[in-house]
Design a protein around this ligand. Structure first.
Ligand SMILES: [Zn+2]
Length: 168
């Protein structure tokens, strides 16, 4: 069993630094599709934001009201909106979505890109864009896709800056 990373740090556009901390990583990897019959799972990502630094401390979902299959995931959007408001009261900002793929090293589908772009464009927020995280079968960072999606519909995979595992 490989050591689970403590925090994985990525670079976003315009000097943005994104830390994904252990509680959020652990939540994502509890839902990874290790069995060939496991279904896709997903949810939302929440961060504390200080200037150009997003610290993703919380990942939520999946919920029993989501639609889930081996190759698809449609969240309960109404419940998600309520969650965004509740966590904002605790100082956490909604910064994007995550879901699992039955791939070792995942990459987004056209539908994934379209969905997160629609979310960025439809949401009322003050951020320059949202994150899409896709959890594969391999541990982070190799098995974790992270991209930044802007309001204009552009996106870029976030380069990894560092990966602090518990062995270090
Ligand atoms: Zn997907």
């Amino acid at each position: 069993m490989e050591a689970l990373a403590q925090v994985v740090t990525y670079e976003g556009p315009g000097g943005l630094v994104i830390h994904i901390e252990q509680p959020a990583l652990a939540h994502l990897y509890r839902n990874a599709q290790h069995k060939c019959w496991s279904r896709e799972a997903g949810g939302q990502l929440f961060a504390s934001i200080k200037h150009n630094r997003w610290v993703v401390t919380k990942a939520t979902g999946p919920r029993t009201t989501d639609f889930r299959s081996r190759f698809g995931f449609r969240p309960d959007r109404k419940a998600e909106r309520a969650e965004i408001l509740a966590l904002f009261q605790e100082g956490l900002h909604y910064v994007g979505d995550w879901h699992t793929h039955p791939q070792n090293v995942p990459s987004p589908s056209h539908t994934d890109i379209r969905n997160i772009t629609e979310t960025v464009q439809a949401s009322e927020h003050s951020l320059s864009g949202f994150l899409l995280a896709i959890v594969g079968r391999l541990p982070a960072p190799d098995g974790l896709w992270l991209s930044f999606h802007d309001v204009r519909g552009g996106y870029a995979k976030c380069p990894l800056r560092c990966n602090l595992s518990s062995e270090n």
